[in-house]
Design a protein around this ligand. Sequence first.
Ligand code: UGA
Length: 434
Amino acid sequence: MKIAVVGTGYVGLVTGTCLSEIGHTVTCIDIDQNKINKMREGISPIYEPGLDELMKKNIMENRLFFTTDHNEGFDNKDVIYIAVGTPEKEDGSANLSFVEQVAIDIATHIKKDVIVVTKSTVPVGTNDWIKEVILNNLVNDVKVEIVSNPEFLREGSAIYDSFNGDRIVVGAENEETADIIEEINKPFGIPVFKTDIRSAEMIKYAANAFLATKISFINEISNICEKVGANVEDVANGMGQDNRIGSQFLNAGIGYGGSCFPKDTKALVQIAGNVDYEFELLKGVIRVNQKQQEVLLRKLEQKFDNLKGRKVAVLGLAFKPNTDDMREAASIVITQYLVEKGANVVAYDPVAMENAKQILDSKVVYAASTIDALKEADVVLILTEWNEFKDLDLETFVKYMKQPVIFDGRNCFEPNNVKKHHVEYHSMGRPSIN
Ligand code: UGA
């Protein structure tokens, strides 16, 4: 198949690269010439393990192309994927102006029948609207079919997920179109779930909202565990062994961040609100998440009534490990608080520091390594569970810090192991160790 992918953000680039890897000829289109030039050399603008290698391989094998030119990009394509951003508007709803522009570009450039597949996360009903926009702007007499094919990739493991996902959701107007999209995806070897367009659009929001609910649920259980002297990890394990519950996404911590859960949960509340339905449960999920970072800060306040002039080491800035993405990261709120309290914040993250510099308070200092950050620190906060931190020998804290006081927002260490070392250790939903 000849495929075009519009938008080379995280979803578009991964989708385009993986579709080329399974044998399709793919042209990725973006408006940013600098980005396109880099990608032509196999350099990805985002940090995603394995992506550069896969891009280079498929560029070399003449299956993966990049262009800013719509004429060239849309020429002779059977299928066009829309993968542009749908950023959050101030009221929590999705901004569809990029999607609209792509729909107009498609309408004015296509010269043969095409299937337009929406990968971007869009509110229910948007695909019908996209079809309308395309039909209203069509220049040539061609047929257009619309498909909703939401994305379930996780940042940091997107390549793995592309080849090992649980299902591919295809929402189409008719069976014939759904079959073509199923055929395109066949080499991935992942089951295809076919449904109507609106249900497919809803599945994406419902799935993300449910995962966010699991996280906020376990975080509240974690807060209660702390008060009743239980261990949330054991509670989550014991719960998760029930197949009806499942063990994934029950890691307590300082809440979810990233470009998806915060945005999609708010958008779903908005979608419900638009049809006069108050999604009370999801509103609670969002509130709990916003409060969860404060749980760590309140514990810190209990230990230090004054942070002024203290050196606070912060390990981990990205919203989760294996990404340089800082969007809605817990580190934003937490470092801001520390700076306001007059602490000397010295932060380290294996890959997100360049992005962090654009976002965090200018008073935050960046260390060259974990040890650099820990040197002479009064306290350390662990905000992202990078393996590099989880693998640390606890003696490192004893050796380099002024006093080895650890506030672990991501439960990186086993309490039984911690007990063997002379450190003060506070984690989430588990008894503190002094
Ligand atoms: C999420 C979904 O997992 C993907 O299926 C979906 O495709 C994607 O959003 C999207 O809509 O594009 P992602 O945002 O990359 O993927 O990251 P996750 O691995 O889901 O983690 C999200 C946040 O939840 C992170 O801040 C993570 O630290 C937190 N989390 C996750 C927890 O606090 N506890 C857990 O048990 C799991």
